[in-house]
Design a protein around this ligand. Structure first.
Ligand code: XMP
Length: 510
């Protein structure tokens, strides 16, 4: 196994997930108790994750230095590299420039960490997200790669098998990132090999669900999106009619969404869905609220209240949710990570919730979830549906949620979705949608001054939504959408395109 010490990076679990793809078992834990854990002798390698802190900050997470002397190969990533340098008497400085996003790594010295079997590679596109960097590596280390701004972007003490890299090999935007992790696993003496999600794997999940709930009635939150549909179908396969999926029409859904859900599930599955209409309840609860986190929490709470009521009617004690791994991390699921957003299906849950959560997809990423979906023989129309967030249009609307703004946004978004459905699906597109920016600007309609709403369009290319680039979609396509929106939605007189990558901007605006 490889032990991963979590210093709070948003992508710590991505490291584990990548290693799992290579059939390497991992255990993630906070750094404080690592020495005891390592004494068990189970671990052939150690990875120090990145993290949001600076090594000089008060209360910055740290670890016992003796770990470096245990003779176990170690890879420090980002904060992990800085901490290693700091604890071993190297020097770390606050970077002159904070770097977020892509950088070009130039390999300066051959190392088993940079072994690429199929090609002679000397430069790589890598993903950075840091403020500090190592300015002098500790004794025994040498610099093996640089970027334009960082002289020690990768350091190695080959004799002791200690490595540090400033970039993140675990995110998909780092070229050959998986190969670098595989190389580290080989340095640890492990034998990495690809592990696909198979039918047996899915049957095990179903068997686990059956074991956990026994004969208790279960309710589930079904939104019609990929994650909740697959989570609910897994549970349905496990316990049949002992399970009631509940779809709450919050009034924050896109155009025709409820109708489409009734059609998809009504036609294709025996699973019977209960639909609860609750638009007014949500809008009342959100009255006057403008803070994004408060909105998310209110929506989460309202969802849970309704589900609690529905559960009580059926004597259910379990609630199925389609939470997937990125939701857990972004809601600060680990000790040293920072809260980015309270995902309504994780961070927005009230502490006194009576139901026990059943989250069969909690440890998976979207592409893995899709694979599970195809094993369950779900049609591509569902498994490859673009994701839609639980809090719905409320977090695509800056400021208070009102019926008027919802109507403007819904009409604008329907045009985006309709135009998108007419073109060949762009290869890497993760999501494309409209946002009500809450900004009014001046325009001219006919001969009159018009003061109207501004709609933004966001389109993101991504593999797992932990990082992504804005999509460079053809101008004519974007222009068509813009013309249609300002023509067909009278409230809107300006459309803008969001050209920000993640990080630093998240995909949703709130
Ligand atoms: P962000 O905005 O965090 O989004 O970059 C990453 C992905 O997660 C979706 N998202 C959510 N999904 N509940 C969900 O089920 C939520 O509260 C939520 N917030 C964001 C978002 O649409 C994107 O695909």
């Amino acid at each position: 196994m490889i032990l991963i010490l979590d210093f709070g990076s948003q992508s710590t679990h991505l490291i584990s997930r990548r290693l799992r793809e290579l059939s390497i078992e991992t255990y993630i834990m906070p750094p404080e108790d690592a020495v005891e854990e390592l004494k068990t002798g189970k671990y052939k390698g150690i990875i120090l994750s990145g993290g949001p802190a600076s090594v000089y900050e008060d209360g910055a997470p740290t670890m016992d230095k003796t770990i470096f002397e245990m003779g176990i190969p170690l890879l420090g990533i980002c904060y992990g590299e800085q901490l290693m340098a700091h604890l071993m008497q190297g020097e770390v400085k606050s970077g002159l420039k904070k770097e977020y996003g892509p950088a070009i790594l130039e390999i300066k010295k051959a190392s088993p960490l940079f072994h690429f079997p199929d090609a002679e590679i000397t430069t790589l596109n890598v993903w950075m997200s840091h403020g500090d960097d190592v300015v002098a590596p500790p004794a025994g280390f040498e610099s093996i790669a640089v970027t334009e701004t960082i002289p020690h972007a990768a350091v190695a003490d080959e004799a002791r098998k200690l490595y540090g890299i400033q970039f993140h090999p675990e995110v998909v935007h780092t070229q050959f990132g998986l190969q670098i992790l595989e190389n580290f696993a080989r340095i640890c003496g492990l034998n990495p090999k690809e592990q696909p999600i198979t039918e047996e794997f899915v049957n095990n999940i179903i068997a686990d669900i059956k074991d956990s709930v026994k004969d208790t009635p279960v309710v589930g939150a079904l939104s019609g999106g990929v994650d909740s549909s697959i989570a609910c179908l897994l549970v349905y396969k496990a316990i049949g009619d002992q399970f009631t999926p509940i779809y709450i029409d919050s009034g924050l859904m896109r155009q025709d969404e409820t109708k489409e859900l009734e059609e998809v599930f009504g036609k294709n599955y025996d699973m019977k869905v209960t639909i609860v209409k609750a638009e007014d309840r949500f809008i009342d609860n959100l009255k006057g609220v403008t803070d994004p986190e408060t909105k998310r929490k209110i929506i989460g709470r309202t969802f849970i209240e309704i589900l609690d009521e529905e559960a009580q009617k059926r004597n259910a004690t379990f609630l199925v949710q389609g939470t997937i791994y990125p939701d857990v991390i972004e809601s600060a699921g680990t000790k040293h990570s920072k809260n980015i957003k309270s995902h309504h299906n994780v961070g927005g849950l009230p502490a006194d919730m009576k139901l026990t959560l059943l989250e069969p997809l909690r440890n998976f990423y979207k592409d893995e979830v899709r694979k599970i979906g195809s094993i369950l023989k779900l049609p591509e129309a569902i498994t490859h549906r673009y994701p839609f967030p639980g809090p719905g249009l409320a977090i695509r609307m800056i400021g208070e949620v009102t019926k008027e703004k919802l109507s403007t946004l819904r009409k604008s978004d329907a045009i985006v979705q309709e135009e998108l459905s007419k073109i060949e699906k762009p290869a890497n597109l993760w999501q494309m949608f409209a946002i009500h920016t809450g900004i009014k600007t001046t325009g001219v309609r006919g001969d009159d001054r018009a003061y109207g709403d501004t709609i933004a369009i966001r389109a993101i290319d991504a593999v797992d939504a932990m990082s992504g680039n804005f999509s460079q979609l053809p101008w004519e396509f974007l222009e068509k959408i813009s013309i249609r929106i300002v023509t067909e939605v009278v409230e809107v007189n300006r459309v803008v395109y969001d050209i920000t990558n993640k990080p630093p901007a998240t995909i949703e605006w709130e």
